[in-house]
Design a binder for this molecule. Structure first.
Ligand code: NAD
Length: 251
């Protein structure tokens, strides 16, 4: 059987670890050529070596907040991969603070990483995806939102606003580029065990777990199959959707 993403080229930002790593490996295992974005070259190399997909995952070191480096990275994908079919805007940071302590630097860093960079990557991807190529122009953009962008969370004003922004971006862009065969969807994970959530104090974690219908935190492997589905032809008529993967936290 031909793998679902055979011949497709994907770029996953923030793929050195966590959810991005799981998605990069899932897409590669489905036959895609995957360019794994990340700031740390050594971490990218280690991730690829451990992935079991070393032939299909290629390191693409760049910082998503550096517009020139981001543009160069997309040009490198076009040059080396010959096309771009799938973009997963996964890179993100989370910094929490009471509103009185939410400084301008923290807001700027959070929004530039989570929101502005996502928009910039969408722009660059649309330009490449709209080009003529085998199978016709088009592609799938998958933006990583969060339940916090949908339902809010105390002390997460900057992060929640960035993720609500990602949802607004997804909805508008989906309408704008649908006629060009480009689909734009968002995944809204709940609580997922990664480095990002490792520092949550035990009492707060227990309180969050108590609200999750399935009674457990998610794992990166719980998120990746949705990205694979949205990337593939089975989702060809799906765009502008924000899909929760949260074990029943938001129902
Ligand atoms: P993580 O911290 O393990 O991974 C984030 C990745 O993004 C890392 O590889 C990091 O190096 C990269 N990154 C951060 N800033 C970057 C930059 N400027 N340039 C390039 N790469 C950068 O976190 P994760 O939990 O795997 O998060 C992945 C995505 O999922 C994020 O967008 C996050 O907001 C979102 N999310 C996570 C959870 C959760 O519970 N873990 C819940 C909802 C949404």
């Amino acid at each position: 059987m031909i793998p679902a993403l055979d011949g497709k080229v994907a770029l996953v930002t923030g793929a050195t670890r966590g959810i991005g790593q799981a998605i990069a490996v899932e897409l590669a295992a489905a036959g895609a050529t995957v360019f794994a974005g990340g700031r740390n070259e050594a971490a990218l190399a280690a991730m690829i070596a451990a992935s079991g997909q070393a032939g299909r995952i290629h390191p693409l070191p760049f910082d998503v907040t550096d517009a020139a480096a981001t543009k160069a990275a997309f040009m490198a994908v076009q040059k080396q991969g010959g096309r771009l079919d799938i973009l997963v805007n996964n890179a993100g940071i989370l910094k929490d603070a009471p509103i009185e302590m939410t400084g301008a630097d923290m807001v700027a860093e959070t929004w530039s990483t989570n929101l502005t960079a996502t928009l910039t990557c969408c722009q660059l991807a649309v330009r490449l995806m709209a080009r003529p190529k085998d199978g016709g122009p088009g592609g799938s953009i998958i933006n990583m939102a969060s339940i916090i962008g949908r339902m809010g969370f105390p002390f997460h004003a900057a992060y929640g606003a960035s993720k609500a922004g990602v949802i607004g971006l997804t909805l508008s862009l989906a309408k704008e580029v649908a006629a060009r065969g480009i689909r734009v969807n968002a995944i809204a994970p709940g609580l997922v065990d990664t480095d990002m959530t490792a520092g949550i104090p035990p009492d707060k974690r227990e309180a969050m777990l108590a609200r999750i219908g399935m009674g457990r935190a998610g794992q990166p492997a719980d998120i990746a199959p949705l990205a694979l589905f949205l990337a593939g032809d089975g989702a060809r008529y799906i765009t502008g959707q924000v899909i929760g993967v949260d074990g029943g936290l938001v129902v």
